[in-house]
Design a protein around this ligand. Structure first.
Ligand SMILES: [Zn+2]
Length: 457
């Protein structure tokens, strides 16, 4: 048996984001194969065998790779539309366009979304795809292929909608699947793609879209399906006042009580947004271990409100961070969401006590790993964890006068990524993707966006 080659990284600040929030002002990391072998202060131990690369990381901060907990890749082709709309009006404007998607479009959008995030330090991506026009091809397969090409760790959430406008839902009838179709395709996706093994690069989740686009039957059956197959559950929850009103009108209760009634609270569930939560709702999430993907830019763009992140964290709710689809967060990056999460939450009732820079970093790393159910493998820099990590340059023009490197990363301008490793393999070096040609991705995405516009016209 040959030993795994080692990468030594030295002379950098390190924020491990472990349970004790251990940091080193000047430390080292040893990567062996796809795992972290050692992390600590000062230089790496002398005389380690099989060293393939030694990196002098002076002027850098090392953190766990960022984990994105909520996204819709396909929206890369419909950015900048419905600019002054709330969620329901925005969705109503976009559903007819999205209903014209096909496989080459989704593949191009996925590559662009993944490239954008990877360049900004994301090592684990997640996508919630819930629109499957008839005859559009293998849309989930297209994004799985894109993540593999890009070299990112990936959770693909097979979404679904079966509540069209004629049945009281928000989406037009032509944008939804039948309940049976959605369940059958979701089960097939899990059976074909889900890798339950430790260190997996690909996991599948079951993800009906939202209370206003999915029947109660599909919510219930999806929960049963996921638990039978041993995969996680994801959806949108408590995003807007309009959704809250819809739930009261349709179900006679708020969104969280509704989710509870259909078996959707549990430690195997995470939901995007969770903005409009009562104290009882927060308690219910905490009691059941239900996770939250906080999406501050998207919530601001659609005027949804400010999620109660400090209250959720204080109650012990797992909270990660999400880009959300780029039709409601055109920036498409997660490292900038560290800053946005901190700023947005300080506009809420907890003011300057809302989130620290460390808490923001934790949301984007360990918190994301928790909601994806992977906190034993990713989200912190500790011996035995998977080698998903980022070296941020914090001694350049934008950051060199901020003494605290974590403050530089969170409060400063977007920090350049000098190196990111996924599973021990370099994906970004000196700000450039190693696994794909950014210009080619941009060109193809533009071509496919125009195809979509033309088809939808
Ligand atoms: Zn979303």
């Amino acid at each position: 048996m040959t030993a795994s080659p080692r990468i030594l990284i030295e002379n950098c600040a390190i924020a491990t984001v472990d349970a004790e929030e251990t940091e080193y002002a000047d430390g080292h990391l040893v990567i062996a194969g796809n795992r972290i072998e050692a992390v600590g202060p000062g230089p790496a131990p002398a005389g380690l065998p099989d060293v393939s690369r030694r990196i002098d990381a002076a002027g850098h901060l090392a953190t766990p790779g960022l984990v994105n907990a909520h996204h819709h890749f396909y929206q890369w082709l419909t950015r900048g539309l419905a600019q002054n709309a709330n969620l329901f009006d925005w969705l109503s404007a976009l559903y007819p366009v999205w209903a014209r998607l096909d496989e080459p479009m989704v593949h191009a959008a996925a590559r662009a979304s993944l490239a954008m995030m990877a360049r900004g330090g994301v090592t684990t991506a997640m996508d919630h795809h819930y629109i499957f026009p008839r005859g559009a091809g293998d849309l989930l397969g297209a994004e799985i292929r894109a993540a593999r090409e890009m070299g990112l760790r990936f959770t693909a959430a097979r979404g679904s909608m079966d509540l069209g406008a004629s049945d009281g839902g928000l989406p037009p009838d032509f944008a939804v699947e039948s309940t049976e179709e959605a369940l059958r395709a979701t089960e097939a996706a899990v059976r074909e793609h889900h890798d339950p093994a430790p260190g997996a690069m690909l996991r599948i989740a079951v993800a009906p879209c939202s209370p206003f686009s999915v029947t109660t039957e599909l919510m219930r059956e999806s929960a049963a399906l996921a638990r039978r197959l041993g995969v996680r559950l994801h959806t949108h929850g408590s995003e807007t006042v309009e959704e809250e009103k819809f739930c009261h009108q349709q179900f006679g209760m708020g969104p969280t009580a509704y989710f509870d009634s259909v078996g959707w609270l549990g430690s195997d569930v995470w939901m995007a947004h969770c903005v409009h939560m009562t104290d009882d709702d927060v308690d219910a999430f905490a009691r059941t271990g239900t996770g939250v993907a906080h999406c501050p830019s998207s919530n601001a763009r659609l005027a949804a409100g400010i999620a109660r992140v400090p209250d959720l964290l204080a109650a012990g709710v797992p909270v990660g961070l999400g880009v959300d689809g780029t039709a409601s967060n055109e920036a498409g990056e997660l490292h900038t969401e560290l800053r946005n999460a901190l700023l947005v939450n300080r506009l809420g009732p907890h003011r300057e006590q809302a989130l620290t820079t460390r808490a923001a970093l934790r949301l984007g790393t360990r918190g994301g790993a928790e909601v994806l159910g992977r906190q034993d493998e990713i989200g912190s820099l500790e011996p035995g964890m998977l080698a998903d990590m980022v070296l941020w340059k914090v001694d350049g023009l934008g950051h060199s006068t901020i003494e605290d490197p974590v403050a530089a990363l969170v409060l400063g301008p977007p920090a350049p990524v000098t190196l990111s490793l996924v599973n021990g393999v370099p994906v970004v070096e000196n700000g450039r993707l190693l696994t794909a040609d950014e210009e080619a991705i941009a060109r193809t995405a533009r071509t496919q966006a125009r195809r979509l516009t033309t088809r939808a016209a």
